[in-house]
Design a protein around this ligand. Structure first.
Ligand code: 4AZ
Length: 307
């Protein structure tokens, strides 16, 4: 499964996957209101602009993985995107698109930039999918919406004073990073989002940004579930999220994208969508790179390549 995924990504075909249901209260209310219910692996269409940090990685105009914009110091623009190492194992994407919702209908203000450098984690292992995280240095920085200034992880749902820009559904801003070593409690509601497949085995990734709410899974339970598949889970490096009964998950094409949990400051990137066995199967939650495990490395890349 994992090998198959990397190969598909490598060819720039349909890749990452799954997506989101809603997690935090605000994003949840989005679910309740926003959406037209295009079922994806159990998710719903995101409310336009409710995931300001999410980007689409594209080759030849087609989406293959997600990513998240992060803040560099106090700057109101960023040239750094976090994604999965397996998404960029065969080279940089042609473009990174921010501010998008429906990929076939670009809106004014949506930004498409090239990638200058790919830095995969030095200990990324494609056989075990360990340390499946990478930093993209963009060729030019992407400006944040001024109404999202100063903070991180602000979804317009959290901010009543929408500017017309945000009201129109366009939003670009950074996600919060967790503290180094920060632990996520078991069974915490998280939100996964992306343009990935809406069902396992599907062919086309989703045109609309989708999201799904999935609870975090106890590390020992996750390890037990995957050992039955002959897959080793490293609890320091990986985080599981999903329901025992399945039904909601990220999937191919969602890889590299965000798993966020609402915290005191805003939505925090606790996971980078990494792999699974199939999508939304019972007893096999989605597996995410555990971002809190990589903070010193991420900070180092930000200082080396951020501008
Ligand atoms: C993939 O192939 C993939 N259900 C990503 C996430 C999940 C499964 C597959 C999680 O990129």
């Amino acid at each position: 499964m994992r090998q198959e995924t990397s190969m598909r990504l490598g060819r720039g075909v349909v890749v990452a996957v799954g997506l989101l249901g809603c997690g935090g209260a605000e994003l949840d209310s989005v679910d309740a209101m926003g959406s037209v219910g295009q079922e994806i692996v159990g998710g719903v269409e995101a409310r336009p602009g409710s995931h300001p940090w999410i980007v689409s990685l594209q080759n030849n105009g087609s989406h293959f993985c997600g990513g998240s914009l992060v803040r560099i110091g106090a700057r109101e623009e960023s040239n750094i995107v976090l994604t999965a190492a397996h998404c960029v194992a065969d080279g940089p994407p042609d473009t990174v698109v921010a501010g998008a919702h429906q990929l076939t209908r670009p809106v004014a203000g949506q930004v498409s930039v090239r990638v200058k450098r790919v830095v995969s984690h030095p200990n990324y292992n494609s056989d075990t999918t360990m340390n499946d995280i990478a930093v993209l240095q963009l060729a030019s920085p992407i400006k944040f919406n001024s109404s999202l200034a100063g903070g991180c992880g602000q979804s317009p749902q959290m901010r009543p004073n929408l500017t017309s820009e945000l009201a129109s559904g366009l939003a670009i801003g950074p996600v919060c990073l967790p503290a180094a070593g920060e632990q996520v409690a078991d069974n915490t509601m998280a939100t996964s989002a992306g343009w990935g497949l809406t069902r396992e085995g599907g062919y086309d990734t989703s045109d609309l940004l989708m999201q799904v709410g999935v609870p975090t899974v106890n590390a020992q339970q996750l390890a037990r579930m995957y050992s039955s598949q002959g897959i080793h889970i490293d609890s320091q490096a990986m985080l599981g999220a999903g329901y025992a009964q399945g039904g909601k998950d990220s999937c191919q094409g969602d890889s590299g994208g965000p798993l966020v949990i609402k915290g005191a400051r805003g939505y925090t990137l606790q996971g980078v969508t990494s792999f699974g066995v199939g999508c939304a199967r019972p007893g096999l939650p989605g597996v995410y790179a555990r971002v809190s495990n990589y903070i010193p490395w991420i900070r180092q890349q930000l200082s080396l390549y951020g501008s």
